[in-house]
Design a protein around this ligand. Sequence first.
Ligand SMILES: [Mg+2]
Length: 419
Amino acid sequence: MTRLDRLQQHVSDTGRPVRVALVGAGQMGRGLAAQVGRIPGLDLAVAVDVDAGRAADALAAAGHTTPETDTGRAGEALDAGRGLALTSFAALPELDVDVVVEATGVPEIGARVAETAMGGGKHVVMLNVETDVTVGLALADIARRNGVVYSIADGDEPVCAKELVDFAHELAFDVVCAGKGKNNPFIPTATPASCTAEAERKGMNPKMLASFQDGSKTMIEMAALANATGLPPDVVGMHGVTASVPELTRTLVPVADGGVLSAPGRVDYAFGPAPGVFVVVTSDDATVREEMTYLSMGEGPNFVLYRPFHLASIEAPRTIVTTVLDGTPALQAAHWVAEVVAVAKQDLAPGDVLQGIGGDHVRGMTYPAAEADSLLLLGLAEGATVTRPVRAGEPVPADAVEVVDSTIARLRAVQDAAR
Ligand SMILES: [Mg+2]
């Protein structure tokens, strides 16, 4: 049966649609809301945003134009199919919803929402990869203990690339490199101020655009892919070659084969093949390699499997369906081979209070996990106070800042203690 058939079966078995609560009604959240509203069997029952108007807009995008705002009347409102627009996620555990989708992109909020929702027995689908690369193992563990599913959402590059990795393994290929394409060169010093005009043109949050331009987003996505697949980054920051899709078979391969990797089995990214994801594969079987060449996949011995698109929030409802119906995540950390470290974008002085991802002070850099031990993680940077100078371009030492007491820092301590 297709996902949609199984969803209909679930609706007729349970007598109601799968109820979805969305936290974070920005660009991603609104796109997801519109899609959920179009899929029979899914109901966007709750939208939460600090901005009440945005929560209401997300519900409207999903077809609910007269939402309730009083949690005291939540039950009637949800049964009547009116939807609930809230400015706080605190009531989520008590609400009669099946799955919570986190789309704020803020590491600390993602950690709080996921822990709160799973503690209340709700499945969690994360569009917030920023949280996952910091405390993904801890959140996966909380899910197991509560008998629910925690998953990163379909549509973003980590999941789309992981699907190709799984496909390659199912076909008995050896994975040489998995990754994503990037369109424009990084601008390591990009800030919200330097992005304002472009962000306005594109209808984007300038902080989010800065996190794309300074490379943080790519680093975060490839770290999530690494921790889900166990394929580590080859070097600090990865290689980031410039290549066309066919050229990936000659660049993101081991040095011994003419490429840049120290060994096969890595995550990386390439400037050029955007907005797609790819896996470079090979086979030790001469017949399989000959077949691949016959099938117009190139001369070998390395071949590239390429998906030329990823549809972000538009694809994310697939994960909502499989999370609820199958109880299996689309992507979840199962290893811990990569960290995203905070690198100074400008000289930092004692007393500076760091802005978070896409802010003025730091950008993300993917590290092999073993090399990041004494460094500040990007996901813990927001609100940290600098205690000694750090030069622009250098990774921020963990002992050069005082991080704030937070849920994500607590979960990270739990995760570290368990390993
Ligand atoms: Mg992405």
